[in-house]
Ligand binder design. Structure first.
Ligand code: DGL
Length: 276
């Protein structure tokens, strides 16, 4: 068998949101090389059809494979909900080399039931994530007794992408969707931010949520799960280079990406343009 070239770990999102996950991944696993790809030209994905999200995500995954990534994390709930299964079941088996694509929904639902005491959790996500029912289905597999309530928040990603997340106007939409979620049951004690953009709205979400309710972002959960995965799969770990490198690619304007990415990542980036 041909010797497979080791390479960086790929992290993908429709835009900037995945950087909130990337931030936690590099905190936990700083030794690896990484390539982050944001498909900013076609974001947001949350309102797009199943087929479109699958097609776009697959193109980005293939681009990351061409950049030598052997493990790719879809740091996007919408892509994880609508494209991951097809990619894992239809596209990866056609490839000759050992390459894996991981999502964010499974690692999160594996833990979700341990975070709630009342057994009732609320999910806030994009229209695509919510309508896919992925969180409901996956949570039932691990914690059949846990009740899952959902609310789609179609305005939240545009607020974040347009840097309006801390403006007074954002309060209206944050409050509206939280009320819609929490009015479904008084028993909800845990709310999951099932969209990688939402941690940017954390201050407002906290301000409009009763204090006894836990609000859970996904970054640390996904980073912990990747660490665990690499330990359990030394053959894949060996295909990940460890030089502490970070590269950023965007399918849109590099200047825009560089100026906004800082807000999500908390450090300056120097992105390159990627033509798909
Ligand atoms: N950040 C993505 C997620 O976690 C969605 C953003 C979008 O709609 O493109 O679902």
């Amino acid at each position: 068998m041909e010797l497979q070239q080791a390479g960086p770990i790929g992290v993908f999102d429709s835009g900037y949101g995945g950087l909130t996950v990337f931030k936690e991944i590099i905190k936990k696993l700083p030794q690896y090389d990484y390539v982050y790809l944001g498909d900013n030209a076609r974001a947001p994905y949350g309102v797009r059809s199943f087929d479109t999200v699958y097609e776009y995500t697959l193109q980005c995954v293939e681009a990351l494979f061409r950049l030598n990534c052997n493990i790719i994390v879809l740091a996007c709930n919408t892509a994880s909900a609508k494209a991951l299964r097809n990619i894992q079941q239809k596209d990866l088996p056609k490839r000759k080399s050992l390459q894996r694509v991981l999502g964010v929904i499974r690692p999160t639902t594996e833990l979700l039931g341990e975070l709630t005491r009342s057994g009732e959790v609320g999910i806030l996500g994009t229209q695509g994530t919510v309508s896919s029912q992925s969180y409901v289905i996956e949570t039932q597999k691990f914690f059949p007794e846990v009740k899952v309530y959902q609310e789609a928040c179609p305005m939240w990603v545009p607020l974040v992408e347009n840097r309006e997340h801390d403006s007074p106007g954002a309060d209206y939409f944050v409050k509206r969707h939280l009320n819609n979620l929490l009015s479904q049951s008084q028993g909800i004690d845990t709310v999951l931010l099932a969209c990688t953009h939402y941690p940017l709205l954390m201050e407002k979400i906290r301000a409009h949520t009763p204090g006894h309710i836990k609000i859970i972002p996904q970054g640390e959960i996904v980073a912990g799960s990747l660490e665990d995965y690499l330990k359990r799969h030394p053959e894949l770990d060996a295909l990940c280079t460890k030089g502490g490198g970070r590269e950023f690619y965007t399918t849109e304007s590099v200047d825009d990406f560089n100026s906004k990415a800082n807000i999500f990542l908390g450090q300056p980036v120097n992105a390159k343009y990627l033509h798909l």
